[in-house]
Design a protein around this ligand. Structure first.
Ligand SMILES: *Cc1c(COP(=O)(O)O)cnc(C)c1O
Length: 403
């Protein structure tokens, strides 16, 4: 019987209690919903990858890997980087393997950002960004991505005003979750000029780097822009491109000085990452390996699924924003007459049997995201068709209800 109550959560994590994902997943299970909420495929990754991990386990590759990453994977990441960017890279000094991009983000914030530093990031944010900033004691300077006729755009003046003496870094996620935006070269050049002017590091989250759907919107790496190689830290992972989100193998690539900071944090966060999975991933990433054909066919599948779901949503009256990359469609639901995104998502899952994500959770002021709903299309054709069928019935019911 202690007199003094024990204290629960620390303030640096308290405001990030439970995410909206947890509630939507619970409702989805309860109502046996077709799940288009969380961004993970409902099918398996390629056989060569799964067989590679099994073979590594059977070959006795089961002890700690090297702290900075298994040499085979670091080499493969370096080789792909050279092949794609034409830049030179020393895989032993400029690559770090992490437990997914999530850990790469956390280790980057903890390893490079001082308390009180400011980090510019585009809103809507991926859900771990603000938590990472909070854990590192950094101040977030949000810049809005605004829906317009040409897709999601930022206001250049707003971006310029977010930079200042205290700015240490800008975090750019392209292709972007949840909007599906792929930043153009012109937009990245605007960011690059500000980075040079203010002595700022660019941290890029490129987990969807290979999932782009439009010929005229290729994925452009910030590190390849003039003057950016020495100030860009590129983060990515295997999960999205190879449909193995549960594997949690990610990496950071950048100048040795920045990677050293991320490594210093990684050393005491996770130290080393699963050995057999790293060995399997090396084969998937190797340029000219079996991974390239897999990714090409996956992109075709996703392009088809995107067309199917996007078309159906538009027919139902949603304002479907153009999707250039990623796993997601953002759709404006204001034509359907709901108060906000959370109300719509609750009704859709409870009465319609389809789970989606209310994106207000990705905004500093929830009302800024309240007119949209996020659907994940990284699902089998049958799943998308079932969801569309259920949503059509639900939509018909709405018309009857409001009349
Ligand atoms: C999925 C996702 C991540 C997390 O990647 P993991 O490799 O699973 O840790 C990071 N950033 C964005 C934008 C994502 O969508």
């Amino acid at each position: 019987m202690s007199e003094k109550q024990i204290r629960g959560m620390a303030s640096r994590v308290a405001s990030f209690g439970t995410s909206i994902f947890a509630e939507m997943t619970r409702l989805a299970t309860e109502h046996k919903a077709t799940n288009l909420s969380q961004g993970f495929p409902d099918f398996d990754g390629p056989a060569f990858l799964r067989e590679g991990a099994k073979a590594a386990i059977d070959a006795g590759q089961n002890q700690y890997a090297r702290m900075l990453g298994h040499p085979l994977l670091c080499e493969a990441i370096g080789a792909r980087w050279r092949a794609e960017t034409g830049l030179s890279i020393d895989a032993d000094r400029q690559v770090l393997v992490t437990s997914g991009c999530t850990e790469a983000l956390a280790a980057t914030f903890l390893g490079l950002i001082e308390p009180g530093d400011e980090v510019v990031m585009f809103e809507p944010f991926y859900d771990s960004y603000r938590a990472c900033a909070s854990m590192a004691g950094a101040r977030v300077r949000p810049v809005r991505l605004i829906p317009g006729v040409r897709g999601w755009e930022f206001d250049q003046r707003e971006l310029e005003e977010a930079f200042g003496e205290r700015t240490r870094a800008i975090l750019v996620n392209t292709p972007h979750n949840p909007t599906g935006k792929v930043f153009t070269r012109e937009e990245l050049l605007v960011i690059a000029r500000l980075c040079a002017r203010w002595g700022v590091v660019a941290i890029t989250d490129e987990v969807y780097e290979r999932l782009v759907y439009r010929e005229n919107r290729p994925h452009i790496r910030m590190a390849t822009l003039p003057g950016m190689e020495d100030r860009t830290l590129t983060l990515s992972s295997i999960g999205k491109s190879f449909s193995v989100t549960g594997w949690k193998i990610g990496w950071a690539i950048g100048p040795a000085g920045l990677v050293a900071g991320v490594r210093a944090a990684h050393q005491f966060l996770t130290f080393a990452v699963s050995t057999p999975m790293q060995i399997a991933c090396a084969e998937a990433i190797r340029p000219g390996g079996p991974g390239d054909a897999y990714v090409a066919s996956l992109v075709e599948e996703y392009r088809t699924g995107l067309g199917l779901l996007g078309g159906a949503l538009a027919e139902m009256g949603f304002g479907v924003m153009p999707v250039e990359g990623s796993y997601f469609i953002m759709a404006d639901h204001r034509m359907l007459g709901f108060e906000n995104d959370v109300e719509l998502c609750r009704d859709l899952v409870v009465r319609g049997g389809v789970a989606a994500i209310p994106p207000s959770a990705f905004y500093e002021r929830p009302e800024d995201g309240a007119s949209f709903v996020r659907f994940a299309f990284c699902k089998r054709r049958e799943t998308l068709e079932a969801a569309i069928e259920r949503m059509r019935v639900w939509r018909e019911g709405l018309i009857g209800r409001s009349a």
